[in-house]
Design a protein around this ligand. Structure first.
Ligand code: HMG
Length: 426
């Protein structure tokens, strides 16, 4: 096994990158073989996963290498269609590693289910009756899904809230390595008859909540001022602007939405690669961003001038799974988990959050210095060149020409490609 050097990874061909992984024995043999043969999701399995299947949609899976998280190095698989996202994550990981890497805190890991009751005659009476039977209701929930109890999980707590005409019963559940939608929904539905009886009301619905406030994760990092620029004054100015960008995202929902989109550029890519439910993670993250009534940026950046250090922090709900759902059905997803060293759900949730913070740092750094277009468009130009039909050898020269253009679009790319080909013929 040779030690992996990631410098210049971006400039290699996919086959050279695959060989590099092989030489460093980063994957188990079956996954390395699958990668060598480019094995992907078989159609018959795809057909078992969802309804009315006719084919599959392929997306690039890339690696953002060298994330130092809680003292351990990870290489993060990212599935995204957007150029510059992986480059930005890799860039941030590299800078943050030099300053000591990321640390994570898993505040808890429980899912929340709810049963909404309505048509109640007496809220106080219903509340007392339900709370009186709290332990019984928790054990009824557990009886509805005994296998999770056997694995050390299960329903943990029950509480109530009255919201206008509704009395809402919430239950927190430890779902272990699963995201837990099926576990929670089964338990919630099992509680409908006893809750209707106790409350003398009706249940409108019984369902998991994606606002997973019992699954909060925090990622932190700090960067030495000198990592922003070799020039002290320039670095100082950039650090101040980074803090201002963080403040702006707290104040203005228009900016907060884009700020958080940048965070999810990273998180979604790892969520997708590991076969998790990105809608659930997005819904929970955005609800958390609006938890005090105004939608705000999820991350915060501060600058300590005395120690010449920039501190970054990101907290959000991260109910990530390593078992269940489609995980295990898709060979590429299995490969992604293997590349990460098959982390457990808490470790994986921490990695997702670090990637979100890294992505946010790179975007803010670009936005407050060169502007986003410089880095993003360089990579966007490559996509346009491919879209225009450029062959491998034509991509480089076409990208150079596109970058000199004031308006970079597909029509320009096609016309430049034509002139490149004409020039070569003549
Ligand atoms: P740069 O300084 O030109 O990079 O930045 P560099 O060429 O000096 O390379 C430095 C390192 O970056 C490399 O190290 C790689 O780690 C990485 P090396 O391997 O050379 O030792 N890197 C790459 N990795 C893979 N492929 C590449 C590549 N290029 C550099 N081609 C960079 C260039 C793109 C990193 C920088 O401009 C950047 O971070 N820009 C931000 C891009 C971004 O955020 N894109 C997301 C899409 S825009 C968006 O949707 C979100 C947003 O709206 C969010 C918000 O508003 O907050 C912006």
């Amino acid at each position: 096994m040779t030690k992996l050097k990631w410098t210049g990874f971006a400039k290699k061909s996919p086959q050279e990158r695959i060989n590099l992984l092989k030489n460093a024995s980063l994957l188990q043999t079956n996954n390395q073989e699958n990668l060598d043969k480019q094995v992907e999701l078989p159609l018959d399995i795809a057909n078992q996963m969802v309804e009315n299947v006719i084919t599959k949609l392929a997306l690039p899976l890339a690696i953002a290498p060298d994330f130092l998280v809680d003292g351990k190095t990870y290489h993060l698989p990212m599935v995204t269609e957007e150029p510059s996202v992986v480059a930005a994550a890799s860039f941030a990981a590299k800078l943050i590693k030099r300053s000591g890497g990321f640390t994570t805190t898993i505040h808890n890991r429980q899912m929340i289910g709810q049963v909404a009751l309505f048509d109640l005659h007496d809220f106080e009476e219903a509340t007392t009756a339900i709370l009186h039977q709290k332990q019984l209701l928790i054990s009824l929930a557990n009886q509805a899904h005994p296998s999770i109890v056997k694995r050390g999980g299960g329903a943990r707590d029950l509480w109530l809230e009255q919201k206008e005409d509704f009395l809402i019963v919430y239950i927190s559940i430890n779902t272990k390595e699963a995201m837990g939608a099926n576990i929670v929904n089964t338990m919630m539905e099992a509680l409908v008859p006893p809750l209707e009886k106790l409350s003398k009301g009706q249940a409108l619905m019984a369902i998991l909540s994606n606002y997973a406030t019992e699954s909060l994760v925090t990622a932190k990092c700090h960067l030495k001022l000198s990592s922003l620029s070799r020039n002290h004054d320039e670095a100082h100015l950039l650090a101040q602007k980074l803090v201002k960008a963080s403040q702006l995202a707290q104040l203005d929902p228009y900016r907060a939405s884009t700020h958080n989109k940048g965070i999810f550029n990273g998180i979604d890519a790892l969520v997708l690669a590991t076969g998790n439910d990105w809608r659930a993670i997005e819904a929970g993250g955005h609800a958390y961003a609006a938890r005090d009534g105004q939608y705000r940026g999820l991350s915060q950046w501060t600058y300590d001038q005395k120690t010449a250090t920039i501190h970054g922090q990101l907290t959000l709900p991260m109910p990530i799974a390593t078992r269940g759902g489609s995980i295990g059905l898709n060979p590429t997803v299995t490969l992604a988990h293997d590349l990460l060293g098959n982390p457990n759900a808490k470790e994986l949730a921490g990695l997702m959050t670090c990637l979100g913070l890294a992505q946010n740092f790179a975007a803010l750094k670009a936005l407050t210095s060169t502007g986003i277009q410089a880095g993003h468009m360089k990579l966007q130009a490559k996509s346009l060149a491919l879209l225009a039909g450029a062959k491998e050898a034509e991509v480089g020269p076409l990208v150079q020409k596109l970058l000199n253009e004031k308006h970079m679009n597909l029509a320009t790319a096609e016309s430049l490609l034509n002139s490149l080909r004409n020039a070569k013929r003549s």
